[in-house]
Ligand binder design. Structure first.
Ligand code: UGA
Length: 438
């Protein structure tokens, strides 16, 4: 099939590459000419495992091409995937749908014949029907263009895997024809028995925000338990293991620590609350305020413990920060808990030296006032305190006995509960964490 993928950020670039990989002819579209030039050259604009391999193969074979022209896209595709960002608005917690609207406005007047526009971005419930009206108003009269919603559940760092082998596909459609077209697009996955849920657009839109709200709630729940563990002398990792054995609960997303960040969970729960208010059901999801607040609390608590560990005052202290990305295997620093803590510690007068295996450039763009170290040793040299803020595998492989020779103070705060604490303690380190006995 001939597909277009409009918006080539994490979601779009990966979707475009994966759709080409499963045999479609794909045209990727973006307003950012520089990004398009890079992608057209078969190079990935961000770090995502396996994406480079897929781009090289499919750009090389001509199966995947790129353009900045929506007009070209309108003529090319029988299915148009909208994958642009829906960030939080500057002036409110609601989603900013400017980019989604701009795609529809730019695409619709050039559509021809019969085609399907499929939104994948995370949007407030009701967006599909609003966009369908917009398409009807803007598309040429002889065009038969429908709008459907097919939310994406990929995780950064596993984006290719999640796209090619999703837990489920959800299609919000208003006609049997749209359903049939989407089933054809995903036929190779349906052959592999991926569950396919066909529903109305409002339900499809809600599945996505409900899923992210549930995941955020799970994380904040265990973080709340971590604080109680600290007060009661319990161990939150053992608690999570024990809870996780109950198959109704499950262990995943019960890792307590610095909390959630990134371009999705934080803004999605806020946009969901804003949309629920508009729909007159704000109180039904008001618990999400608590979820957000517990999450913010983890960042404050981390800074508080850091201050305690340096004798009550961070001013003038040398603090090594390990991790900048919002999670490992990503170079994304959007709403990164690690960067928020690094910035707060720096504001209190500490001299911060930061290291991250992939996200250093992105971090420097946001926080140029910090020092950036080319490796862990340089970051930790003579540090009064080491903060472990993103649980990269590289940090788990650090030999604490060796690092101790560079860092005489031997104090580490493992805000991700990911290091082998007995090993570090045996090497002479004072180790603190969230929700763990000291
Ligand atoms: C999230 C969802 O997991 C995806 O299903 C969804 O498609 C995506 O948002 C999206 O809306 O596009 P992502 O933001 O890539 O994916 O990251 P996650 O793996 O969900 O992690 C989110 C944050 O939660 C990270 O900061 C991570 O460190 C934190 N986290 C995760 C915890 O603090 N504890 C956990 O147990 C798990």
């Amino acid at each position: 099939m001939r597909l277009t993928v409009i918006g080539t950020g994490y979601l779009g670039a990966v979707h475009a590459a994966c759709m080409a990989e499963i045999g479609h002819e794909v045209l990727g579209v973006d307003v950012d000419a520089e990004k398009i030039a890079l992608l057209a050259d078969g190079r990935t604009p961000f770090y995502e495992p396996r994406l480079q391999e897929l781009l090289t193969r499919n750009v090389g074979s001509g199966q995947l091409r790129f353009t900045t022209s929506l007009r070209e896209a309108a003529v090319f595709g029988e299915v148009h995937f909208i994958c642009v960002g829906t960030p939080q608005r500057q002036d409110s917690p609601a989603a900013d749908l400017r980019h989604v609207d701009a795609v529809v406005d730019g695409l619709a007047p050039h559509l021809r014949g019969s085609c399907l526009i499929v939104g994948k971005s995370t949007v407030p419930a009701g967006t599909t029907s609003r966009l369908a009206a917009r398409v009807r108003a803007l598309a040429p009269e002889d065009t038969d263009a429908e709008v459907a919603w097919n939310p994406e559940f990929l995780r950064e760092g596993f984006a290719v895997e999640d796209t090619l082998r999703p837990d489920r596909l959800v299609a919000g459609v208003t006609s049997a024809r749209a359903d049939e077209v989407l089933r054809r697009v995903y036929a190779p996955m349906l052959d592999a028995e991926v569950p396919y849920i066909s529903t109305d657009p409002a339900t499809a839109e809600l599945v996505k925000v409900a899923a992210n709200s549930f995941l955020a709630t799970k994380i904040s729940f265990i973080n709340a338990m971590a604080e109680v563990c600290d007060a009661a002398g319990g161990d939150v990792t053992t608690l999570a293991d024990a809870l996780g054995h109950d198959t109704r609960i499950g262990r995943r997303f019960l890792s307590a620590g610095l909390g959630f960040g990134g371009g999705c969970l934080p803004k999605d729960i806020r946009a969901f609350m804003a949309r629920a208010e508009e729909l007159g059901v704000g109180p039904a999801v008001s618990f999400l305020h608590q979820v957000d607040e517990i999450n913010a609390r983890q960042r404050r608590r981390t800074v508080d413990i850091a201050r305690e560990m340096t004798g009550g005052d961070l001013a003038g202290r040398r603090v090594a920060v390990l991790g900048a990305a919002f999670k490992p295997d990503s170079d994304d620093v959007r709403d990164s808990p690690a960067l928020a803590v690094a910035a707060a510690v720096h504001r209190e007068g500490a001299e911060v030296r930061l290291h991250d295996p992939q996200a250093m450039e992105n971090a420097r763009a946001v926080l140029p006032q910090l020092e950036y170290a080319p490796d862990v040793d340089k970051a930790c040299e003579d540090a009064d305190l080491v903060l472990h803020l993103t649980e990269w595998i590289d940090y788990r492989r650090i030999d604490p006995a060796r690092l101790a020779q560079l860092t005489p103070a031997r104090r580490i705060l493992d805000a991700r509960n990911a290091l082998d604490h007995p090993l570090w303690r045996a090497a002479g380190w004072t180790v603190r964490a969230l929700g763990r006995p000291q």
